[in-house]
Design a protein around this ligand. Sequence first.
Ligand code: DON
Length: 316
Amino acid sequence: PPFTTAPAAWASSKPPLLRFLNACHTEFRPETGGAVADYIPELGKADPAHFGISLATLDGHVYEVGDTQVPFTIQSMSKPFVFALALDTLGAARVESIIGVEPSGDPFNSIRLNAENHPFNPMVNAGAIACSGLIYETKGDAAFEHIRQALGRFAGRELDVDDAVYASESATGDRNRAIGYLLRTNAVIKENVAAVLEVYFRQCAILVTARDIAVMAATLANRGVNPVTGEQVMTPYAISRTLSVMTSSGMYDYAGEWIYRIGIPAKSGVGGGILAALPARLGLASYSPKLDKHGNSVRGIKVCEALSSHYDLHML
Ligand code: DON
């Protein structure tokens, strides 16, 4: 099959961007594949009809189509931002000494560690929990607030938490707890594993909209300068290394296929979001809760595929 899913109506034309995004929304809305995540019980309440697409350019213009103002939990899309924050808060040497940058080829919740008994990379749960552990190591009880503030600077506004989703994950998150204890026995997490897990569960329950995610992605694409607020949110080093691990591991065991077909650094979340950041070009966000077997949003993948192919955005 061809590697493109551009809406047929636009196959041979280059319409203005907003019209193209509208066409994607119309074309992919009837898509019925996938299932809403419910291993975190509260996530199962998401409305599968919700579908929003937002694109932020580096001059701070934000395009929005569909349900771009509907809040949903950031989930794994928090991981790149907390990795960048860890690099800037603790220094690259400390972070890079305990978290690898190799794709695992495993699902996001795999308990397997690498040959050094370290997480494969910061995009899988083990690596992300290790990042939360690093922030906890220096900030203690202020760790979550440090994370929430940092993500807010990427979005350009204060972000809240969905307490029900947080409580739901905390009540059922034994697999992540198991990963946490495995990390402590290997000295990746130093101390209070239970507290580190609560930081991680809370960061995953931060509420965002597709518009927020587009601005956050555009900040990654803009070497760490938020194109709407003008603030330098993170160092260019932290941003470039974050985009690197998104490129190799952002879509888990679909990462190779993703970078081959779409060619844009990206990160998904089980809340239904996909964030894609094309360096020096744009930030793209899609929100649609039904996921494929890798935990990636079905409509979101189609949107990214269509945009990449139609505007020739594959970075290679
Ligand atoms: O740890 C978990 O399982 C969730 N809080 C986040 C997982 C996730 O979003 C994976 N992404 N597609």
